[in-house]
Design a protein around this ligand. Sequence first.
Ligand SMILES: Cc1cc2nc3c(=O)[nH]c(=O)nc-3n(C[C@H](O)[C@H](O)[C@H](O)COP(=O)(O)OP(=O)(O)OC[C@H]3O[C@@H](n4cnc5c(N)ncnc54)[C@H](O)[C@@H]3O)c2cc1C
Length: 392
Amino acid sequence: MDFSRPQLTDDDQAFLDEARTFLATHVTEEVKRRDRETGDNFDEGVHLALGAAGYLEAEWKTEADGGFSRVRRRIWELEKRRAHVPWVTWGTTAMVARSVDKFGSSELRDEVLPGVFSGHVRLCLGYTEPEGGSDVATCKTRAVRDGDSWIINGSKMFTTGAHNCQYVFLITNTDPDARKHKSLTMFLVPLNTPGIEIQGLRTVDGDRTNIVYYSDVRIDDKYRLGEVNGGWTVLREPLNVEHGAVDADPDGLQDVSIMMHQANFMAEAVDKAGAVVGRSGRIDDRAVAYRLGRAAARVEASLSAPSIFGRVALAQTMRDISPDLMDLLGSASALPIGTDGSIDEGASDYIYRFAPLVGIYGGTLEVFRNMIAQYVLGLGKPNYSPPVVKTS
Ligand SMILES: Cc1cc2nc3c(=O)[nH]c(=O)nc-3n(C[C@H](O)[C@H](O)[C@H](O)COP(=O)(O)OP(=O)(O)OC[C@H]3O[C@@H](n4cnc5c(N)ncnc54)[C@H](O)[C@@H]3O)c2cc1C
């Protein structure tokens, strides 16, 4: 593996300087404070500024279509991560926009895509339902055809960002009698349609997500993506992207797994803990040095684990090392970010509360471990049936 620092051309160095200045100007301490308060992981002012400066479009498009070159894309991703740009809603928007581009009518593409690039149109994911999310195909939200329209009834759990978005990428059931993968139809539902109610939910780390109710929501057929009952074909690609089941190019200019943005918080927490311990002189205590070293080594190993292995390793590492870091730092580490007296700027407390969620959204660790067992190791499908009781 080549760990050397890449030599940037003068143009790419200028791009890096410009990106840093732009992010420092827009992602202010005030933006970060507001984001912690709302839990939105989205800031409209920053998002619109990114759109106006052309960054959203350049990020979304391939180099051949006028987007960033590979090197600039890498620079941009890393700088955004370092600057702590609120990222969730752009992530869902970019992903869903690809499905709109691929499966939407030209009328729908024209309605949606220019606004995606300017930042005025944002898109969220309406997959999970109150009765379960791991098996997304088991969908009870119904869409029934009525002439040129559809009427939708049901509810969706954890529709993150819905209150900051204009459309939801919604899985519906259009044929309850069919086999589950043949019963689904996808829609891009405008969130200002009458009959939609969005209720906020706060998670343990302070993030906000939503439950969304759909009561007799009437939308035009132009909002359908793909064929009726062909929703699984539309869904497969964004699900693969979300699950990280897409190989990184071998040029070293791409994250090797998903959830690297989240992992950055973990790497920063270890650095901050190291600085505190170093200043205190406690690094001379071999037990302290060992536990800190183990945390740092586990972070490095998880950052190098590719594809779906990385997704499991990152979340599991965050779960395992965060209590250890807090223990090393003492009770002042329980004070959250932005609190006077916090020993590590709240970094280890944040990842401690964040870690359970990182192992749930986009597919739980249990589901991912099963995927590795079944599809990579060839161990067959897990059997959850109760053990056979011998009667004689
Ligand atoms: C912060 C946050 C944000 C989210 N954002 C979104 C969003 O924007 N849009 C959206 O649609 N969803 C979102 N989700 C939902 C997320 O995708 C689901 O929570 C996740 O897929 C798990 O579904 P569930 O919570 O319904 O758990 P369930 O599927 O009910 O699972 C319950 C338990 O059973 C285990 N389990 C289930 N199936 C299996 C299996 N086959 N093998 C082994 N164990 C299994 C799970 O691991 C889990 O421990 C979000 C969730 C969180 C926490």
